[in-house]
Design a protein. Structure first.
Length: 440
């Protein structure tokens, strides 16, 4: 450590040395020398920023916390169905249009920080809406603000991968996300435990939770700005949307890829289901915050368990992971819908619903890992970008369209709609088994 080091470098050096005390602590495999000099700083502050945002994601997970709030405020059931598609497609589709613009920025850490602040402002506005609005007006306001939240998130998603590649060396990038995930998981368990002890739901309490999440994103933006990012190349950016539209013919000319996209379309059910689980649990068990706490704990536990359970299995056979995950999600739906339609007493227990959510969240992580592994194994270096752009575009559009239909069905039929989405999961499993073997 030298006297010339900035305070951020000095602080990070202490933490980084504690984590990596081997001879290759300062590994620099594919980053410039200027970035190598600040590797501890970039590693530590990247991990801090991600840990803060991941903790915020756990605390104000739209599929859980926002679903709980919208249901508590008496908004129509079909609005619950818009949460997942707006959150997922609202972050996914804009990336196709903004990637080129971001590529033209020399320092993209400012894009990430701006996106983080945008998400914070959306959460602060949601907190205000929870305090002053109710019924359908509150629901529409929260859905609109969720769209802005997702748009800001798209800027973070596109810029982060590039900044990470410029500032942190190979063999250290996975650890950045790993440490952040572990810290956020512990934080989420703490959040859940606190909420279990909380009193009945009041809009002011949910508003406080949303505002706290906003503060986490502001702190994350400040941490990310501490990165030492050198100017990067600005040429070579392509319009991803134009590329995706131009490659749609792959769905006709490449049957293996087309079958994968079809399976992924049925797997949308695992993404759409969590808000319905939350809303139905509220209708059976009440609106105590203890229920939201139980769901946060279940979701966090599923995240912990899914990594080791699905990871190595996906390397052996991604399609079998997809099939197993679909069956698991179908089982969770059968539990909730069956108990509700049969009138069993267990349907009035929040812990019964928390167990079902654990299975669903566990399955969804398997779907995400399985589909990501499969498409990478299926593609070649020449087709990988096109596969990603086309599949993301198709699924983003389908999410918006089908999410509204699913929400309407849930509002009208309740647990029967959950059962229908469970059947979709089982169909997806059958389709997964029909995919071309590419792993292992």
């Amino acid at each position: 450590m030298t006297a010339r080091q900035a305070p951020a470098d000095q602080l990070a050096e202490t933490v980084y040395t504690a984590l990596y005390d081997d001879a290759e602590a300062r590994v620099c495999k594919d980053i410039p020398e200027s970035a190598c000099a600040h590797l501890p700083r970039n590693f530590v502050f990247s991990a801090i920023a991600l840990a803060l945002t991941k903790s915020g994601d756990r605390l104000v997970d739209p599929k859980l916390t926002l679903a709980w709030l919208i249901s508590s405020l008496g908004a129509p059931g079909f609005l619950i169905g818009l949460i997942a598609p707006v959150r997922e497609a609202g972050s996914l589709l804009p990336q196709l249009f903004i990637a080129r613009w971001i590529r033209e920025r020399e320092r993209r850490k400012f894009v990430w920080a701006g996106g983080a602040v945008g998400q914070a402002l959306a959460l602060f506005a949601m907190a205000g809406a929870a305090l002053v609005l109710e019924d359908e007006a509150a629901g529409w306001a929260l859905i609109g603000l969720l769209a802005l939240f997702a748009l800001a998130r798209a800027f973070c998603s596109v810029s982060h991968k590039d900044v990470l590649g410029k500032t942190v060396s190979k063999t250290r990038r996975g650890a950045v996300s790993g440490y952040a995930s572990s810290l956020s998981g512990l934080a989420a368990l703490g959040f859940g435990a606190v909420l279990i002890l909380a009193p009945e739901t009041e809009p002011s309490v949910i508003a406080l939770i949303l505002a706290a999440g906003g503060v986490l994103w502001v702190l994350a933006a400040f941490a990310y700005l501490q990165l030492a990012e050198a100017p990067g190349a600005t040429a070579g950016g392509a319009n991803a949307f134009t590329e995706a539209i131009g490659q749609l013919a792959l769905l006709k000319t490449d049957p293996d890829f087309a079958r994968f996209v079809l399976a992924r379309a049925f797997y949308m059910a695992t993404s759409l289901l969590p808000p319905f689980f939350v809303a139905y649990a509220q209708s059976r068990t009440g609106t105590d915050l203890a229920g939201l706490g139980a769901f946060l704990i279940a979701s966090s536990a599923a995240g912990f368990a899914s990594g080791w359970a699905w990871g190595r299995s996906a390397d052996r056979s991604a399609r079998w992971v997809l099939a197993a995950a679909g069956v698991t999600a179908g089982l969770a739906c059968a539990m909730v819908a069956g108990a509700g339609l049969a009138g069993w007493a267990m349907a009035d227990s929040i812990w019964f619903h928390a167990i079902a959510l654990f299975l669903l969240a566990f399955a969804h992580q398997g779907v995400r890992l399985g589909r990501a592994t499969y498409v990478v194994d299926l593609a070649t270096q020449e087709t990988r970008a096109a596969y990603t752009a086309v599949s993301n575009t198709v699924i983003g559009v389908l999410l918006l369209a089908f999410g509204a239909l699913a929400g309407t069905a849930f509002g009208a039929f309740g647990p029967a709609a959950i059962a229908g989405l469970g059947v979709m999961c089982l169909i997806a499993s059958v389709l997964a088994l029909s995919l071309k073997p590419v792993s292992g």
